[in-house]
Design a protein. Structure first.
Lengths: 344, 600
């Protein structure tokens, strides 16, 4: 918790438009009257929301295991690439399914063995989560940045720029992103990869991020445009204009702080969306391919073999459900915290 | 025939999520199942290895040997994946259509499968499997008495001549081209010049090629020796067409039947009903029966669908079966592991032999090919096809379904399906070729991705620099079929057209046939193979020829190494509890339809 004085300083830095906060900042000798910035208020409200805090911990946990996957894998003593089941014929039966019950879950294979290739499910899942989260975070950052730039530009400038950006986003909205990716990937491979070489994983990842970014920014951009359109007619913007503030300053100091709420809320909803979209592409066989571990592909395989080894689907499946639910609840809580009047 | 791998359609993620709630835990996969499976398999293999013989007049006389316990009457329901695109004999090449043709069409010869599991090529419309003179160049057939079309008109030599001549017409594009090529003595589609319009504008083949001296006699004069003629005449593509009722293109949807069943109704892509052909005389037919009253066939049943229905064995499913669908690989462990279901299965071979081709144009060093052949594990492929119920480790390129099959394992792949990466690495080290770059093109399906990982992993262990290259499944064969393709190794499969090595080694290994999309995917051009092919083709004694083919197979496998044979394709088929007389026929690669009956 920041001290009162710091709060006031932060307050001013945030360029808050709340006139009450400004007044309180001026009267800092007022003693009992404690002033909070909107950020602090939001944080206080958020902390009171138990579901929100719990989901935040779950989400942080997922990010932590994704980042620490190599460390965990080292401590655990197995990696996601070695074909344990192929190297040791006692682990899988003739159909390629684990001999031991429950998908081969044992003290040495905590989450069991993957049917067929016989890799370790636990490390596969850790690295799979890592792959999916890395891609999704990158896509989210890229789309949010693009949406902010284009949304504010089109809302603030209006006129021709607005028209042009609006039509481009209409056009892009009309593209089905999964189909686009299916069609796009062979072209990328043909252009960048020698036909005798393996398609490098980084190229696939880059292409995945690029396509999802390219076709993913329009929603947030439109929301921001609408917000900016209504904000720019407000008195405080007029006032800033009258005092001779540059457009850049108006955007940065007057508009952006007011857009933090929709941006944060949308981003927390977009990220799980991108996780499932990436999983969906891998599920369809066009995303990340073997042998790179991938959450979505584990899911696809789980569904495929569910008849004979239902256990395999549990780990990626439950992990995915928990993650998506937690992230969406987090998004809800963040929204509620920012704007307590909505949805209550 | 080339196998085009089917791509299973991906279903929704939601389905997978929903299934999570269903069961709490699963039982173990258990070790290798040890029930009566093994006996069934062995028996099947033994049945395979017997020599296929050409039957004489006595063997070709009807009626066919009774199926024990067979009762006439009843309706059988067939659950098929694919609708029949072609019903005109001249257009039939695909195996499921060939299988149906055993009920509808008759040719000069056919395969008789007896109760001991022995296959014989016998005369069908003809009195025997063919009389050979002039060192295999001239083949004479005499028609039986009492053979008729479904409308009661007798089948004469005129119909046989018509059936052969119409194969040269431009609208016949899908059937086999062997007979036409043999008569015209050409390769490719040049044979069409012999009779450009077929018989439709009054032109006919000269007597020097095809002679019909009377209503019952047909004589083929081939320019070169064709000892496989009895096999050829048994292909559905050379079955008889009614010369008086030939409607050309339209015949493909409504053919005139000569076999025990005729088409009552056919809605392409939906359903087909077959009823008894009353003008079929059992006394003329040595191979077929007519126990069932009606066959009710419905289409668009994918393997998981047909398998689940037949496993349930409820209601109408008791009198159901699938002519061509195999048990869904995912269900195989359950089917095999449940005694009550397993007793309702038959299994046998498909004609396909899988191999991993080495591109001979790029990998010219024999030592590298040897190291590749040693290192590549065949087990991942075998497992992907459903273990011992979908595949059998192959030692050579000649399938057990071929006449005179001999078990052999010259590369040691059957004994060591995991491959021998240590020995391979030694060869590479001795040759100073460690870290040779190998571009491994694989089909980008879920199964393809998986087994390619296992194979690439083994090759890396053996000291290769492996580059896995994913190719889209729909254009896979087009891409590897190019002569100047940039890949080093890639998988393919080839199936024989009839049970003789003549339809395997010459198309796949003759260096003079190398062309884009030709089945010589390895681009083998070895002078010894080429000259041996010519020599063995001229041998008229089928037993001796089979023996020579096997010697050539051993030479190709161990001395040329244009690839590594992986598996012989097999399949497991399921039927309802009230379906009787179910036998697997390796020649039509599916359930033998001519012996079925209903247990009421």
């Amino acid at each position: 918790m920041t001290s009162q004085t710091q709060a006031v300083v932060t307050d001013a830095d945030d360029g808050s438009i709340d006139p009450a906060a400004q007044t309180q900042g001026l009267g800092k000798q007022a003693g009992d009257i404690v002033g909070f910035s909107p950020g602090q208020l939001m944080w206080r409200r958020f902390k009171r929301d138990r579901t929100g805090v719990l989901s935040a911990f779950v989400v942080i946990f997922f990010f932590a295991i994704a980042i620490l996957a190599p460390v965990i894998s080292k401590l655990y003593g197995k990696d996601p690439y070695t074909l344990y089941g192929q190297n040791n014929s006692d682990l899988l039966n003739e159909f390629g399914y684990p001999v031991a019950p429950n998908g081969g879950v044992s003290s040495s294979f905590w989450f069991g063995i993957e049917p067929g290739l016989g890799r370790d499910v636990f490390t596969q899942l850790l690295y799979g989560i890592r792959t999916s989260l890395f891609i999704s975070v990158a896509v989210t950052l890229a789309t949010v940045t693009t949406a902010i730039l284009l949304g504010i530009t089109s809302g603030y400038l209006g006129g021709r720029a607005d028209y042009f950006i609006g039509r481009v986003s209409d056009l892009l909205l009309a593209f089905p992103s999964q189909l686009f990716f299916v069609a796009f990937m062979p072209i990328v491979v043909a252009i960048f990869v020698d036909p005798q070489d393996e398609t490098p994983t980084y190229l696939r990842v880059t292409a995945l991020i690029a396509v999802q970014w390219f076709l993913g920014w329009m929603g947030l951009s439109r929301i921001l445009r609408g917000q900016v359109l209504s904000l720019r007619e407000r008195e405080f913007i007029e006032a800033a204009k009258v005092t001779g503030a540059s457009s850049w300053r108006i955007v940065r100091r007057e508009l952006l702080p007011n857009l933090v709420t929709p941006i944060l809320v949308q981003a927390t909803f977009m990220l799980p969306g991108f996780v499932t979209a990436e999983a969906g592409l891998s599920f369809l066989g066009v995303g990340i391919i073997e042998p790179t571990p991938d959450w979505g592909r584990m899911f696809a395989k789980g569904g495929d073999i569910a008849q004979n080894d239902i256990t395999y689907m549990f780990f990626p499946g439950i992990a995915m459900v928990i993650f998506i639910v937690a992230f969406n609840l987090l998004g809800d809580s963040v929204r509620d915290a920012f704007d307590p009047k909505s949805g209550r | 025939m080339t196998v085009y791998m089917r791509r299973t359609k991906a279903t929704l993620v939601a389905v997978a999520a929903g299934a999570l709630m269903l069961t709490a835990c699963s039982s173990g996969g258990g070790g290798t199942s040890k029930n009566d499976t093994k006996d069934k398999q062995d028996q099947n293999a033994k049945q395979q290895q017997s020599q296929i013989t050409f039957g004489d007049a006595a063997a070709s006389t009807g009626p066919a040997e009774e199926v024990p316990g067979a009762k006439p009457g009843g309706t059988l329901h067939a659950l098929e994946r694919d609708s029949y695109t072609h019903l005109d004999p001249g257009q039939i090449y695909v195996s499921n259509e060939g299988q149906l043709a055993t009920l509808l069409h008759r040719g000069l010869t056919t395969y008789k499968l007896d109760s001991k599991g022995k296959y014989t090529v016998v005369g069908d419309l003809a009195t025997d499997s063919g009389k050979e003179t002039d060192a295999g160049k001239t083949w004479t057939y005499t028609l039986k008495d009492g053979v008729k079309f479904e409308d009661g008109t007798p089948i004469t030599s005129k119909d046989i001549r018509w059936s052969v001549e119409r194969l040269f017409a431009p609208f016949i594009t899908n059937g086999p081209a062997y007979l036409q090529q043999w008569l015209a003595n050409t390769a490719g589609s040049d044979y069409r010049k012999l009779l450009p319009d077929g018989p439709y504008k009054g032109a006919h083949l000269p007597d020097s090629l095809l002679q019909t001296p009377d209503a019952k006699t047909i004589v083929f004069h081939f320019p070169t020796a064709q000892p496989d003629t009895p096999y050829l005449m048994a292909m559905a593509g050379y079955a008889v067409v009614d010369s008086a009722k030939d409607t050309k293109e339209k015949y493909d949807k409504a053919p005139v039947a000569s076999g025990p069943y005729k088409i009552k109704s056919f809605e392409s892509g939906k359903s087909m009903t077959l009823v008894k052909n009353t003008n079929w005389d059992p006394k003329t037919d040595p191979a077929r029966h007519q126990y069932v009253d009606t066959f009710d066939i419905t289409f668009n049943h994918q393997a998981p669908d047909s398998t689940k229905r037949l496993m349930s064995d409820a209601g109408e499913n008791q009198t159901s079966l699938s002519f061509a669908n195999a048990v869904d690989t995912k269900s195989t462990p359950t089917v095999v592991g449940t005694a009550s279901i397993f007793k309702r299965t038959v299994s046998g071979y498909q004609p396909f032999v899988g191999q991993i081709n080495f591109n001979m144009k790029k990998i010219t060093d024999l030592q590298i090919r040897k190291a590749l052949a040693l290192a590549i594990p065949t087990k991942p492929v075998w497992q992907a096809l459903g273990a011992s119920y979908g595949a059998e480790y192959a030692g050579g390129y000649i399938s057990p379904t071929l006449a005179g099959y001999q078990k052999s394992d010259p590369l040691g792949k059957v004994a060591k399906p995991d491959g021998d990466q240590v020995a391979a690495k030694k060869i590479l080290t001795d040759a100073g070729k460690l870290n040779t770059k190998i571009t491994y093109a694989y089909i980008n399906t879920a199964a393809g991705q998986e087994y390619s990982v296992a194979i690439a992993d083994a090759l890396k262990k053996a000291g290769f620099d492996v580059q896995r290259k994913d190719l889209p499944s729909d254009t896979y064969y087009d891409l590897i079929g190019k002569v100047d393709n940039p890949y080093d190794i890639y998988a393919s499969a080839w199936g024989a057209d009839w049970p003789s090595t003549l339809t395997v080694i010459p198309p796949v290994f003759d260096g003079r046939t190398i062309a884009d999309q030709a089945p010589n995917y390895s681009h083998v051009n070895d002078p010894k193979i080429n000259s041996e092919i010519d020599r063995i083709k001229a041998i008229t004694d089928p037993v001796k020829a089979a023996d020579e083919w096997f010697k050539l197979n051993a030479y190709i496998t161990t001395d040329v190494i244009p690839g590594v044979p992986t598996v012989f394709y097999k399949q497991l088929q399921l039927f309802g509890s009230k379906v009787g007389g179910v036998v697997y026929n390796n020649v039509t690669s599916g359930i033998d339809l001519t012996k079925l009956f209903v247990n009421q």
